[in-house]
Design a protein around this ligand. Structure first.
Ligand code: SAH
Ligand code: SF4
Length: 388
């Protein structure tokens, strides 16, 4: 299924060239430069102003320049004229029985992404963010993979997902302790390493100590294995690495994750072993989706132990989430437990990811398309009703 552009809502689109820049997506250096370029403050004062504004945006979460009480009225007006701090529109908000929350966020006409907050994951709760709308890769078990890439998200749009969640969880100003949102995982829609510039800027913003302040150790970037970008991810972001492995041999991985044909397992494993800073406190997460009769045998569990031997790692076993039209099925629970036991015996922590937020379709690989479909049918019904 491909994403259909929602043309019914494009009545007054703001042309990109004239849309004011959203300051939420600028790094500290970018913010300083933007203030100078817009002529709203002289170069020698830009650093100080940028620090003040930064704290208002990323520590206090304000969306209105008028709330910046230590900035003079004239400058506040000039800022409001040149820039914006607007949040994107929330099209839908769903809360699951288990506390999972999901937001469908409209970044622009036809550009909608889903962001999911999962309580009790990581230190206290993890936010699963998207890096692209759709995906260029086409992993055969992934629903996002059946959608075309619409576009990369900007740094502002990635940061906005965190801001929307923080608004909803009432976590402004940024708390130092007892946070509900403690971890970020780039496991939503899209391949983050194909949008590394924006992902890296967004991480610089989210991790900054004088702002949202989520430590790089609590930010995990998941990739399907874009080998040449893995060292760059480590050097530029210093975040935790997750690899969507799903198979232990090339012929099977070629089918499940077709990018494997370009970057086969030996190259992938070498890049992982070289990831900067790996050790017991910085482990790689291997994600392994459990597909019945495809990759879930005890022999494959043993092959997995052999493949990752010597790498500080944990393995995340993900029960497959079926979607309409897929031929794959989720492994039986007994097979998953047998698989996990073999890994545990070899010394690898291998939690089975319990499906969360199933009642609101918030599970991995289901993001976006289901609600897109539901909304499409609702739109069709509206049209039929109107015609009747
Ligand atoms: N593109 C990146 C990150 C997003 S996908 C990547 O592939 O790593 C996040 C995780 O969900 C990946 O491990 C992916 O393989 C997994 N996933 C995708 N579809 C799934 C499904 N239907 N059931 C379970 N896991 C799925
Ligand atoms: Fe893209 Fe990740 Fe889905 Fe593969 S699993 S199609 S890389 S989102």
């Amino acid at each position: 299924m491909s994403i259909t552009l929602d043309l019914s809502r494009t009545a007054n689109p703001v042309p990109a060239a004239t849309a004011p820049v959203n300051l939420s997506g600028l790094t500290r250096a970018g913010l300083r430069q933007a203030l100078i370029d817009a002529g709203v403050c002289p170069a020698e004062k830009a650093r100080m102003r940028a620090t003040q504004i930064w704290r208002w945006i990323h520590h206090y979460g304000v969306t209105d320049f008028d709330q910046m009480s230590d900035i003079g009225k004239e400058l506040r007006l000039a800022l409001a004229e040149a820039f914006t701090l607007n949040r994107p529109e929330i099209v839908e908000r769903l809360v699951s029985r288990d506390g999972t929350r999901k937001w469908l966020i409209r970044m622009g006409p036809g550009i909608e992404v889903e962001t999911v907050y999962i309580p009790d994951v990581g230190r206290s709760g993890a936010l699963c963010v998207s890096s692209q709308v759709g995906c260029t890769l086409n992993c055969t078990f992934c629903h996002t993979g059946t959608q075309k890439l619409v576009r990369n998200l900007t740094a502002a749009e990635i940061v906005a997902q965190v801001q929307v969640a923080r608004d909803d969880l009432e976590e402004w100003p940024s708390p130092k302790e007892d946070r509900r949102l403690s971890n970020i995982v780039f496991m939503g829609m899209g391949e983050p390493l194909y949008n590394l510039d924006n992902v890296s800027d967004a991480i610089d913003i989210i991790a900054d100590n004088e702002g949202i302040a989520i430590s790089r150790r609590r930010i995990t970037v998941s990739t399907s294995g874009v080998v040449p970008k893995i060292p760059e991810l480590g050097e530029r972001t210093g975040t935790m690495l997750a690899i969507s492995l799903h198979a232990t041999n090339d012929p099977l991985r070629d089918v499940l994750v077709p990018l494997n044909k370009k970057y086969p397992l030996d190259e992938l494993m070498a890049a992982i072993r070289a990831y900067p800073g790996l050790g017991n406190s910085k482990r790689v997460t291997f994600e392994y989706v459990m597909l019945k009769g495809v990759n879930d045998s005890p022999d494959e569990a043993r092959a997995l132990c052999k493949l990752i031997a010597g790498i500080p790692a944990k393995v995340n076993l993900i029960p497959f989430n079926p979607w309409p039209g897929t031929d794959y099925e989720c492994s039986d629970w007994a097979a998953i437990e047998r698989f996990a036991a073999i890994l545990n015996k070899a010394g690898y922590a291998s939690p089975i990811r319990t499906p969360r937020g199933r009642d609101i379709l918030a599970a991995c690989g289901q993001l976006k398309s289901e609600s897109e479909k539901k909304r499409a049918s609702a739109v069709r019904k509206e049209a039929q009703d109107a015609a009747a």
